[in-house]
Design a protein around this ligand. Structure first.
Ligand code: FPP
Length: 243
């Protein structure tokens, strides 16, 4: 984005991205699906850095859904390896990431992940907790319905304990018990690869999000595509139910 464009744009505070199309990208090239994920992981890094440069405050990447366990074990383990590689690299390049003011958070159900990954992500969350230039949420073993269920159970326990009256449960109670508690809802959700669905991504938080779809496969997604999505977003007339 040029400096002039940047100066005149309303930057979405929170962008959610569904990194889709890695498998098809690999197939088109006669490669294994895992090669597509590997390329997708490179694009993930590049988009993180670019979003930080242009002033996005929150960025959520959907990397692995609660339903993705249905994939062949080899593919699941290839994706976990890429997550692991990223976490290793984040440790090695800690100074660089910290200097960028990047906070990393995990969203999803971490107990089902390999133990070493849980340790690394928990450490990274702690070490970057005071950074506030950009927050990157990694949605791995994430499902929107699961997230709502988790919130409902937490609230139900409060009711059981007599700390809250059922009639007094309000929207803030639900918001405050989601994995994204305290963060703004996504203004813009991007899904490449020609699919037009949310696939259980931030289903509560997306109530008033703007959507941007494209046929580009995630490994081919560039900073220019992010610019296009943001420029299109600026043409939308968001009314939040008003007039
Ligand atoms: C969807 O494409 C992509 C995934 C299920 C995996 C995305 C994971 C990465 C990019 C690895 C990086 C992760 C982290 C956390 C650093 P698809 O396989 O469904 O594509 P297809 O629809 O073309 O088959």
């Amino acid at each position: 984005m040029t400096k002039e464009e940047l100066a005149n744009i309303s930057m979405p505070a929170h962008i959610g991205i569904i990194m889709d199309g890695n498998g098809r990208w690999a197939k088109q090239r006669g490669l294994k699906r895992s090669e597509g994920h590997k390329e997708g992981a490179k694009v993930f890094r590049a988009i993180c850095n670019y979003a930080q440069e242009i002033g996005v405050k929150y960025l959520t990447f959907y990397a692995f859904s609660t339903e993705n366990w249905k994939r062949p074990a080899e593919e699941v383990s290839a994706i976990m390896d890429l997550f692991r590689d990223y976490l290793f690299e984040a440790q090695e390049r800690e100074e660089e990431n910290m200097a960028k003011g990047m906070r990393v958070r995990y969203i999803g159900e971490r107990s089902a992940l390999p133990e070493d990954i849980v340790t690394m992500i928990t450490e990274l969350e702690k070490r970057s907790a005071d950074k506030d230039v950009i927050t990157v949420n990694l949605a791995v073993n994430y499902g929107g319905r699961d997230e709502i269920l988790h919130a409902v159970k937490t609230i139900a326990k409060k009711v059981e304990a007599g700390e809250l009256k059922a009639d007094n449960i309000n929207l803030n109670d639900i918001d405050g018990n989601l994995f994204t508690a305290g963060q703004p809802d996504p203004d813009l959700i991007i899904r490449p690869s020609g699919e037009y669905r949310l696939s259980n991504f931030l289903i509560w938080q997306a109530a008033y999000s703007e959507f941007w779809f494209s046929d580009i496969l995630w490994p081919d997604f560039t900073a220019d595509d992010l610019d296009k999505a943001i420029i299109d977003y600026n043409k939308r007339n968001r009314r939040f139910g008003g007039i």
